[in-house]
Design a protein. Sequence first.
Lengths: 164, 119
Amino acid sequence: MSPTLDMAERTWRIVSEKNAVEDAMRFADLATSYLDAACREAVVLAVAELTENAVKYGSVHHSAGSATLGIASRDGAIRVRLKNPVHSRDDARSVVDTVSRIASSPNVNELYRQRLAELFANPSLPRAQLGLLRIAFEGRFRLSCDYHDPFVELVAERSCDKSK
Amino acid sequence: MDLQLGKPVAIEGLGLKLLSAAELQIEGSLNTETAQSQIADHLSRIHEYVLTEKLTSFTVDLRKLTFVNSSAIRLFVDWIARASGSNYKLVFRTDRSITWHRLSFSVLKSLAPNSVEIL
């Protein structure tokens, strides 16, 4: 999470895996009603993909707590944050590594193209693994990630200033 | 192909309609596993139909498909791979004001430039 952003955050707790993505998208749409359409579209995309990942690969419920989603904005910047428990350290490492690879890439467009090309050439690949790439490529978010057992916290930030 | 000309099929927040013998309209939002699974079946049947009818191209109108999740992007990758392997062209009608249309379809076209046309 960026130390430069100190934002009031609207949060939503994922209480059920059923309809979690649709509910999260509705929350995102309501929480960003003041933003322009393009930025709102990007936030809804990020929230949908992050929530789907949490449901598919993580665990929305854990004895240590539930998954929570946060959306905050200030001074033309917006931040989407999803904190969810994971089943294992290996799952956490996989997410952290993926985010690190995307965040350090000088060309996210090329990463996205490469992944689609892999799927095109290998239709039997079991997982698309496009969600985080889409957030960076289509949504133009910067990604970062932290792991504090058992929680992974993934943060997506971008400018919503039309001039940028 | 069990879709019938002019008769819309609704799958949760998603609508499919055959506009002609060689054009499918998809509208709404595609973000659930149920919808993904059902549309994947429809797309497979359309692929078989294109081969049976020896069509050289098939058009997909996506202009009212406002949101898809990343699993749905893969449906399009898979369909393009099948079309490319079967020598027919997929023509996608898109709306460039919708970000995922504008960005993802330019990349999808790059996978098989001779098998994909974006309108």
